[in-house]
Structures are given as C-alpha cells and as structure tokens.
Design a protein. Structure first.
Length: 231
C-alpha cells in the first residue's frame, strides 16, 4: 500500500512532522525558560532550553534531569560527571562502573572499569593520577577541587575518560563540567596597586562642584565667543 503513495507526499508528511516537533519543542522551551527552578543559565533563554530538550531526547533522559546537570561554560554545554556516569550505567550495555586505585601521594592513580554485558569482556579505561593533574595544571588552579577532594576527582575523571573511549556515542561529544574547567587557561591576577600611584588626597564634594562649575563657565564663554565671531 505504501508503494502507491507518491514519494513527494511521503516527504511532505515527514517535513510536517519535523515542523510540528520543532514547534512543540519550542513551546516547551519557552515554558522552561519562564521557570525559576532550572539553573540561571537557562532562565529567560529559550534557545538554550531548546538545546537541552534536544539533548535530553537524544540521551533518552528526563528533561528536568538534563537541566539540573547541564552547565554553560564559555559558551559550551557541559554535563556533570554524575550525569555522564548515570547515562553510562543505565545504557543497558555495560555493568556499572568500578574503580581501581593504586599508589599514594602524587603516584595515586585511578582506572575505571566495566564489563560488556553481551560478551563478558572486561574493559579498562585510561589511567589518571595526581601527577597527571599536576602536570596538566589542574591541581594548581585557584579553587581546584583536586586539592580538597582528590579521590572523588580521580573517580570523575577516570569515569569520563572511560565513557569517551568505550562508548563515545553516549557522551555524543559532550564534555564533563570539571574537565572543561580544568582545561580553561589560567587567568592572570590583576597587577598589585602601588601606593605611590594613588592620589595623595581625595577631593571633597565642594571641590568637585567648584571644578564642574568652572568647566561649565569656560564652555559657556567659548560658545559666546564663537557665536560673536559669526556676526
């Protein structure tokens, strides 16, 4: 029966469905944008909300969950490590991620492991260590969590690398929030203020008013002189 339907009609129907879905997503995005219980990056921004809805559909996760774990960092959408781990663990293709720790101090390292359910194959992700964090500058950044919660950061980074190498289609090119922050260039602190560069005294209100009045009088006099020259 479908062979009797003109190809043009089928294409038009598909286009109509795409337009209807786009308009539906747009209405939902406008509704989310007016909400106060989503992150501030998305409040009042219909375009950002629309993109999160699209990503939630692709990842097959509830939209509100996607909103709560999505961050805009330097114009790029990033997800929390917890969200990426959750997507991986619930994909149905792998066993939940496990972690292997070895070493102490700077040699403390972690590898994330999982098993492919269909084949029973054990998969081991890339190793990440405190030495790696220091060598790449993650550890020394202002406010770095590598100094305060190194064990958790090792788990997050190892899991992120496992997901990207074993199942990149789950991450669909998305970045882990902490990894994006770590990869940002270190901002240079403002130069110190030299005391000798500061004014020796601060003019009071009367002095400011007198100076402005003098400037206004000078401007008025110049205007009168220029007008006189025209006649």
């Amino acid at each position: 029966m479908s062979d009797l339907i003109p190809q043009e009609t089928v294409a038009q129907r598909e286009l109509s469905l795409q337009v209807a879905e786009f308009e539906f997503f747009q209405r939902k995005a406008a509704l989310y944008a007016s909400s106060k219980i989503i992150p501030k990056d998305f409040q009042g921004n219909v375009a950002h909300c629309f993109q999160v809805i699209e990503m939630a559909k692709h990842l097959n996760v509830p939209e509100m969950i996607a909103f709560q774990h999505c961050y805009i960092i330097h114009g790029k959408a990033s997800f929390s490590a917890v969200f990426m781990i959750s997507c991986f663990n619930t994909s149905g293709r792998f066993t939940p991620i496990n972690y292997e720790f070895i070493g102490e101090g700077d040699t403390r390292s972690c590898r994330a492991t999982t098993t492919i359910k269909e084949t029973g194959e054990l998969v081991v992700g890339p190793e990440v260590s405190i030495a790696t964090a220091k060598a790449d500058g993650w550890y020394s950044k202002a406010g770095s969590k590598w100094k305060t919660i190194p064990e958790l950061m090792l788990r997050y980074r190892a899991a992120s690398w496992l997901v990207k190498t074993v199942a990149p289609e789950i991450a669909v090119g998305l970045s882990e929030k902490e990894e994006v922050i770590d990869s940002m260039p270190q901002t240079q602190p403002d130069p110190p203020v030299v005391v000798s560069d500061l004014p020796t005294s601060t003019p009071n209100l009367t002095q400011v008013i007198d100076e402005l009045s003098k400037q206004e009088a000078d401007l008025s006099r110049e205007t009168v002189e220029q007008s006189a020259d025209l006649f």
